[in-house]
Design a protein around this ligand. Sequence first.
Ligand code: ADP
Ligand code: MG
Length: 365
Amino acid sequence: LYEDHGVLRCRRLLVFVNPHGGVGKGEKIFEKVVEPVLLAAGCDLTVVRTTHHGHAFDYVKDLELDKVDAIATVSGDGLIHEVLNGLAQHADPMSALRIPVAPIPAGSGNGLALNLIGIKHGFDSASAALNIVKGRPMKTDLFSITQGGKRSFSFMSQSLGLMADLDLDTEHLRWMGDTRFIYGMLRGIVTFNPAPIQLSIKVTEDNKDVMAETLFTRVQEKLSSGKEAAEESSVRESGALPTLKYLPDDNEDWTVIEDPILFVYAGQGPYVGRDYMAFPVSLPDDGMIDIAVMPLTSRGEIVSAISGAETGENFWFPKLQYYKAQAYRVKPLSTKGNLSIDGERFPFEEFQVEVHPRLGTFLSC
Ligand code: ADP
Ligand code: MG
């Protein structure tokens, strides 16, 4: 890190380029747009072309932490997920997770880039490269997923039911870019299958008006304390990952959702994709996870609710249940189903999620 007019900037960058991300343009985007911007800004680049799934994970797990100021990924949300999990597996995980991560959007799902750079320029690689040069470390909540005794971390979303099917069952249509998600959505509305799960939530807030009000107040507060991000980046402390608060057999004050469910989307955002603002009242560091639960109503109602998804208006669809929570738990009621975490396929098996406030770090302008 070096200081430029009182602002901390990153100089030594580790860049992962996934040549197969999205429609396979990662390499070209990096060479034509991103690399020139980063070099012009005086950055030192270590470029790693990923050759397989898990490559970036293994690389950052053993990273020499004091040699890298930030990590960039040229791919989609999946590679970000992998990098964060690699950092969490580092021998010094808390220091590792303080290294800021920043996306160059070149995958089919680029939710993080949309949230950091904005809906207008979120898919623009030059804007994303500038974010790496000019962005400051920003803390974000991470969610730990405990499944079969294994713990992993999610930075954006977990989905089940229709929303997971539309992503995971359309992998063969990668050539479509993110249009495959629209195709998947239409297909899901036609088949209209309930998600075969039991969902329990440790609810903090379930009143949408209160959530919208709180969001407004928090944004006002943030705007009046703009210096925060740069200051906290200089604090470095080692230690173990935060321990889990909620045991799998703790059932006190957990709300069990009884109605049949079309989909569950949990996480933070607000965006999970270009045309889907899944979490319009989320903040990256409010210490809570947002959970949207769409009951299996009628196709007509779902179509009208979904048509407001781009702007977040579907939040107000009366039948959409929306919670702010500390934790939640899913038990499959069938062996067949999809679980997508940050756009990656996970086993359709019982899991529990819990929030860790401000555990991760991204770059944001
Ligand atoms: P997309 O949005 O196109 O799926 P992501 O970044 O979300 O892009 O996902 C990329 C996935 O591909 C990750 O799971 C990552 O581990 C994996 N991956 C990275 N490099 C390669 C490679 N060379 N070949 C195959 N898979 C790879
Ligand atoms: Mg993906």
